[in-house]
Design a protein around this ligand. Sequence first.
Ligand code: BG6
Length: 255
Amino acid sequence: DFIKEVSGFSVLEQQLKEILHVDHVIVVPGNSDELDWVKQEMGKASVNYLKTILKANQTIAVTGGTSMAAVAEVMLPLDQASNCMFVPARGGLGERMENQANTICAEMAKKANGQYRLLHVPDPLSEESYQMIIGEPSVGEILELIRDAHVVIHGIGDALTMAQRRKTSLDNTKKIINGHAVSEAFGYYFDKDGKVVHKVRTVGLQLEDLHQSKCVIAVAGGESKAKAIYSYFKQGKSNVLITDEGAANKLARDI
Ligand code: BG6
C-alpha cells in the first residue's frame, strides 16, 4: 500500500480535493494538451469510476466535447448496472457532430449495453421556438429523464475556446468577453468567481438541477484548462473531478 501511495498521485489528488472543495479526485499521468492518449486514460478512469457507482436502471446524462468523446471511445459493458439509460445533458450547443452530446450518448449506450434517448433540438433557439419545443410532450418526456438523472458526466472548457468552437454570435461573444468568462460547462459560461456570465439558450439540464442527490462527474485535463477547472469549481456543483497530471500540477502550484 505504501508503494501504491508514493507511486500514484494520492498526494496531488488530496491537494486538489482541498483546493477545489470536491469529494473525490482522480489524476491520470500525462498532459492531454500534449498527448492525445492522455484523454483516453481519463476516459478509462471515468469508465472505472462509473462502474463503481452505477446501479441497475439508472439514468446518466452526458455532455458533448472531446473529453466525453474519449470516455465513449473506451466505454465497456456495465454489467453490474444493467438497463442503464444514457441521455444528452442539454440540446444542441453548436458543436460539430462528433462532439455532440447526442452522438456521444448513443455510442456510450451501445458499448455499455444500455439504452439511450436523444434530444433533437436545433440551435441556436429563439425564445419563441424554445417555449414551443419544451411544450412538446415527446420532448417533455426526455427532459424529465434528464432532470432526474442519477449521474451526470460532463466536460469543462476554457470559455473563449468554447465560444469560438461553437461559432458564438458577436453579441454573445461580447457578453462572454466583457463578463470575463474563464470556464464553460453545459453551455454555461462562468467568471473566475464561478458566477454565470452567459448561458446558451437550449433545453435540458439547468445548473439548478445539479443538486445534492446526484453524482456529478467532471472530466477535464490539460495544463491549459487549469484556470477553467478552478473557476468552474467555484460554484461547486460537481462532486468528482477526473483530470490529468498537466492540469493537476498547474492547479496545485500556480493557483
Ligand atoms: C462541451 C460540453 O460539449 O464540451 C461542455 O457541453 C464542455 O460541458 C466542453 O465544457 C469541453 O470540451 P472538450 O473538448 O474540451 O472536452
